[in-house]
Write a protein that binds this ligand. Structure first.
Ligand SMILES: Nc1ncnc2c1ncn2[C@@H]1O[C@H](COP(=O)(O)OP(=O)(O)O)[C@@H](O)[C@H]1O
Ligand SMILES: [Mg+2]
Length: 371
């Protein structure tokens, strides 16, 4: 392309990871070469309104962007419910003469449900616009921690044993669930929403008496809840980049400052440490990378993902915990640090992701032609 690439960056969103998304987006925007990219920004507020923004990117993390955007009114605030067409218009853009601008690629820097779960990807897919990252199916399947386990079992990748509980089963069946935990996975166990992120709604449950409370907390975030076997050990993470032939980064370790890597340990206390590369035996690192690439392919991921593992104490087993299709993406996030340590600096990572989006789009366009 001899002109600049027109990129729309989507940030914010209605999930519990709204704030994280704004910080990630600032880093992405700061590192996009203005000579190569023509960038437009669209913010999604916590209550789901889409707003065009053209102000200072330093106002993204602080939240001031929203007031500025409302003040400038580059566009009427719009919601996808009932008015998805106007949201699409916002993405495609308008020239001053009312004609359509075009967009070459969208970078949805959105974490969590309604952003990282295939919904925004579906909108872009229907509109025929290339976008960075995983497609509908892989985004949705990785967002759902039960589907992740089901697919990975098929691929021979170990995950923690679990019991699935639906919200409306909690009160009527709590004693049955307690018995099942005792028989199948033991105490302590981990209770988590099947679809969520940032550790919201996740509880380590030590004894049967507090299981019900933990189930209700998880049920605030999702209708489906997983009760998982507690895997005692270290937490390892590996970054994956590519489409059908992806690469794995070096392996990193997270050392949470709290008892587990909860919301405070992730974002507030600031004392959790990351060790890159992780101080582990070479064959363990190879195992992690191999599982990370296999899992990426088994789930049908494209573009990027961060694959998180446990290294179980005593057995040294590598157990996959979850796959994040749009991981935290600031310059100091694990994903970008893992690539920096593997020889790909942050601005290059963005260039590669955009190229991968074009490649993937071309591939899927070819399959439409056949039908
Ligand atoms: N089965 C488990 N055994 C031990 N620790 C766990 C388990 N599940 C979750 N955790 C702890 O809780 C954190 C958050 O859980 P995770 O499943 O990764 O949810 P999220 O998608 O919110 O990050 C993990 O990083 C880990 O510290
Ligand atoms: Mg996690």
């Amino acid at each position: 392309m001899d002109r600049k690439i027109r990129v729309v960056v989507l940030f914010g969103g209605q999930s519990s990871e709204h704030e994280v998304s704004r910080i990630s987006a600032k880093s992405v925007l700061e590192n996009m070469d203005p000579n190569r990219y023509d960038v437009r920004m669209i913010g999604i507020t916590k209550n789901g309104e889409w707003l065009r923004y053209d102000g200072d990117i330093r106002c993204l993390p602080t939240g001031e962007w929203e007031e500025i955007a409302r003040g400038r009114l580059l566009s009427e605030p719009v919601r996808p419910e009932g008015d998805a067409a106007t949201c699409m218009d916002l993405i495609v853009g308008r020239n001053s003469d009312g004609g359509k601008e075009t967009v070459d690629v969208v970078f949805p820097v959105l974490h969590g449900p309604n952003g990282e779960d295939g919904s925004v990807q579906g909108l872009l897919q229907l509109a025929g616009i290339p976008y960075v990252g995983c497609d509908i199916l892989s985004s949705a399947a990785c967002m759902d921690k039960e589907f992740t386990k089901i697919v990975l079992a098929q691929a021979g990748i170990p995950t923690a044993a679990y019991i699935r509980v639906y919200r409306d089963e909690i009160d009527g069946s709590v004693q049955v669930i307690r018995n099942m935990v005792g028989e199948r996975i033991g105490w302590p166990c981990f209770v988590k929403p099947a679809n969520a992120g940032s550790s919201v709604g996740v509880t380590k449950v030590r004894e049967p008496e507090v299981l019900q409370e933990a189930l209700h907390l998880a049920a605030k975030y999702d209708n489906k809840i997983l009760v998982e076997e507690f895997v005692e050990g270290r937490e390892l993470e590996c970054a994956v980049l590519g489409n059908r032939h992806p690469m794995a980064s070096v392996v990193g370790e997270i050392v949470p400052c709290n008892e587990f890597y909860d919301y405070n340990a992730k974002y507030l206390d600031g004392k959790s440490a990351t060790i890159i590369p992780a101080d582990i035996e070479p064959h363990i690192a190879e195992q992690v990378k191999d599982y990370a690439v296999k899992a990426f392919r088994a789930m049908g991921c494209s573009g990027l993902s961060r694959v998180d593992f446990f290294l179980q104490k005593g057995t040294n087993r590598v157990i996959l915990n979850e796959i994040n299709t749009m991981p935290g993406f600031t310059e100091i996030s694990m994903y970008s640090k893992l690539w920096a340590a593997s020889g790909i600096p942050y601005p290059e990572l963005i260039d590669r992701l955009i190229q991968l989006a074009f490649e993937k789009h071309e591939q899927s366009a070819k399959s439409y032609e056949r039908t």
